[in-house]
Design a protein around this ligand. Sequence first.
Ligand SMILES: [Zn+2]
Length: 208
Amino acid sequence: MFNKILVLSPHTDDGEIGCGGSISRFIEEGKEVYYVAFSTARTSVGDGFPNDILEIEVKKATKVLGIPDNHLIIKDFDVRHFPSSRQEILEELILLKNKLNPDLIFVPSPHDIHQDHQVIANEGLRAFKKQTILGYEEPWNNIVFETKNFIKLEERHVKNKVDALRCYQSQFKRPYLDESFIWSLAITRGTQLEGGYAEAFEVLRWVL
Ligand SMILES: [Zn+2]
């Protein structure tokens, strides 16, 4: 149904966490997937890592998922300060829309409480007016999340997502990168469909 997919990831790793299994499935199905990271958080990298570590890690992680190098786009907005760059981000999104013409867009949930995630969700909805838009979940940022759309996954897609997230060595202390969390969420969403694995999404706009 959808052939050209654009994943909008405020920071590196959000896109893989929110829809890494679906990316893996789409690539397997021969669909074109583009991934945009809006910040590599140069100013908040942990001790002992070079400040471009997240750029290196997102390149590895998206490669593991099968996204071609030339489908990875990295921007350098200031982490935690996206609200002050809102218009600039909207203009970037409109350029991307005109250049890529995708038919399915993934953004963070509009209920996500992180200020940078909110900007990407809101400006994504503003920029892509004719496209289907799904909001992905990051439960530690979601007080409410409406599981109205599901993408079913096979075990290999979840494994591929876990392998991609392993590339983020600099972020390993984050509990949401724990392998058992990734598996348990995929099982939880699969259980809502009476078994198997899935990722759940909010429906921001649905165009058929
Ligand atoms: Zn983020």
